[in-house]
Design a protein around this ligand. Structure first.
Ligand code: ATP
Ligand code: MG
Length: 570
């Protein structure tokens, strides 16, 4: 490709709307342009990267025995009503009606569709196992689209669905995908790790997320520094701290006028937050649920939702609901006499002695409360893990870091096949529900994450495997006929070798060309300058600051050697 013919518009300034490096660089390098909130158009350069990632995914999925499919992106509501998710998805789903008032949505994901395909097409165990995948645009009206294509409202996903005859076979399909995901991300130049993930209230017997550690990540990962354990904090079990045993003291009600927060209480009682148990009130669908955790802990909403068997909506209760439940102002909730549908008590609280709780009476708290003697509830693990909690595998300390989820694999089991009646006939002629798995990769998010991991102050440093072009050839002075002629020759020869090359034949100064080449992140740069008079040219890798001066005829072997080093075929 000749740059003079290419639609490329790099920006020197950092666009104000872009907060994170990958978003800034994708706009500055002209990879994409914003059209509306969370909606982007991909420019030629950006699209080439997307296609490279897709190609890697296709190769690896095909190698794993999966078959490519393409379902529609516009989906009839009936399927979603069958699974019960028409409501569950809530406002995140883009819904629309056709001219006959029939309801549809723009597919946010495709479990229902593939279950429907399976129930129509799979009749016998002889057709199993089967893994179908597609690379397709998904639509989600995210509450907070942000960071460019990290969380957008339209994005490309590779989603795959596996169908097996039993759980043992599902394990195999799942493990194959696990390995495939590692290969895919590695080939994209991404260093990521798998973490145990929540598999939701409906069960599903296993789930792993592929996370890239990053400050900008919206997920938190708890991982062990001593063993290989890593889990999303939503999933990671917390260990209840063991309080030192004390004799139980009589519970008494104390006036705590105008004191509402844990900090104020700590000051007032001249003690530490570990001596308090706070009671938080939530509205879960149409039920009111109170959760008690130690004063310095946070409630893990996912654990709460799971113990309740799932929820469509989950939010902090408003003032009115709190007043009804506690007969008091916000800030004085406690377990004694509270009027809620369910009282959940974190295990840690059930093991504390003589602690302070709200009295469900404005301006009062109880001191010396004790679980079992003064109140009871449903005890379990309801808190978020924190740094220093014990690793559930080896008992050493956990560390918490932020991460970006690029992929997710999930054992669905028979959740969809049972509700939607997707059955097959087994060896004995018996009808059984298909055992399913699903596997997703966010392609645009993967692209952005690669940039987060591969950039410097001058721009993107694409891994050779997914770079939009592999080599850029720059004639330094366009008026110099020798330089231009040699650059053209190199460019032609590289192309005939199968190298994806660009020739920067624009009438610009060399400095401008170098800046653009760095910004768009082309892995190899060949400059034809003054030294061509002695038959020499310059070679530079984007990832290094060294410039090598080479004999003209050596350049092709040099380029080949770089491909070999990176394990990429020319
Ligand atoms: P998140 O927790 O980040 O919202 P999710 O759990 O909703 O992700 P899945 O439904 O498992 O995501 O989708 C599979 C993959 O699609 C994710 O691993 C992620 O890479 C990508 N993805 C999901 N939502 C978005 C989005 N709004 N923008 C870009 N990529 C997305
Ligand atoms: Mg999501």
């Amino acid at each position: 490709m000749r740059l003079s013919n290419m639609l490329i518009s790099t920006l020197r300034e950092v666009p104000a709307e872009a907060e994170i490096v990958s978003h800034q660089l994708m706009l500055r390098a002209g990879m994409m342009r914003k059209m509306a909130s969370g909606i982007y158009n991909f420019m030629p350069l950006g699209l080439r990267v997307i296609k490279k990632i897709e190609d890697i995914i296709r190769e690896e999925m095909d190698k794993a025995g999966a078959q490519e499919f393409l379902a529609s992106a516009i989906l009839p509501s009936e399927l979603w009503k069958e699974s019960g998710r028409w409501e569950v998805f809530g406002p995140e789903m883009f819904k629309l009606k056709d001219r006959n008032e029939r309801e549809f949505c723009l597919g946010p994901t495709h479990e229902e569709v593939f279950t429907d395909i399976a129930r129509n097409e799979i009749k016998s165990y002889k057709q199993l196992p089967l893994n179908l995948y597609q690379i397709q645009t998904k639509y989600r009206d995210e509450r907070r689209p942000r960071f460019g294509v990290m969380r957008s409202r339209e994005f490309i996903m590779k989603d795959a669905y596996s169908f097996d005859k039993d759980y043992e076979s599902l394990d195999k399909s799942y493990n194959t995908m696990y390995g495939t995901y590692y290969n895919i991300f590695k080939r994209c130049g991404l260093s990521c790790q798998s973490v145990e993930a929540d598999s939701g209230a409906m069960g599903g017997s296993g789930s792993a997320e592929f996370m890239v550690k990053s400050e900008i990540g919206e997920d938190e990962i708890a991982f062990c520094t001593a063993c290989e354990y890593a889990a999303n904090v939503e999933k990671a079990p917390s260990t209840a701290a063991v309080s030192e045993a004390e004799d139980l003291k009589p519970i008494t009600k104390e006036a705590t006028p105008n004191i509402k927060t844990i900090d104020q209480l700590v000051q007032f009682f001249k003690t530490t937050p570990e001596k308090f148990a706070k009671t938080l009130i939530y509205k879960v669908d149409d039920k009111v649920v109170a959760v008690m955790v130690r004063g310095d802990r946070e409630v893990n909403e996912v654990k709460v939702i799971n113990i309740l068997g799932g929820a469509v909506s989950f939010e902090m209760a408003d003032e009115k609901v709190v007043r009804e439940a506690t007969s008091a102002e916000i800030g004085f909730a406690g377990p004694l006499g509270i009027k809620v549908d369910t009282l959940l008590v974190d295990e840690e609280v059930s093991k504390m002695y003589n602690f302070i709780i709200g009295a469900n009476d404005t301006g009062y708290h109880y001191i010396n409360a004790n679980y079992g003697r003064d109140f009871e509830g449903r005890v379990g693990d309801f808190r978020r893990v924190v740094e220093g909690d014990k690793c559930p595998k080896c008992g050493k300390s956990l560390t918490v870091a932020r991460g970006v989820e690029v992929g997710h694999i999930f054992k669905l089991g028979t959740k969809y096949s049972e509700t939607m009646g997707a059955q097959f006939q087994d060896e004995n002629g018996e009808n059984k529900p298909l055992v399913m798995g699903c596997y997703g990769i966010g392609i645009n998010r993967t692209m952005a994450t690669v940039i987060e991991q591969n950039h410097d102050e001058n721009g993107i440093v694409w891994p050779l495997s997914i770079a939009p072009y592999q080599v850029i050839v720059i004639p330094a002075v366009m008026k110099d006929e020798d330089q231009v002629k040699t650059a053209e020759e190199i460019y032609d020869k590289l192309k005939s070798m199968g190298v994806e090359a660009i020739l920067d034949d624009r009438n610009e100064r060399a400095g401008v060309k170098f800046k653009d080449a760095d910004l768009i992140g082309i892995p190899m740069r060949i400059t034809v300058g003054k030294k061509i008079q002695e038959g020499k040219i310059e070679f530079k890798l984007r990832e290094s600051s060294d410039i090598e001066v080479l004999e003209l005829e050596d350049i092709y072997n040099k380029v080949k050697a770089e491909f070999e080093k990176k394990g990429i075929r020319v």
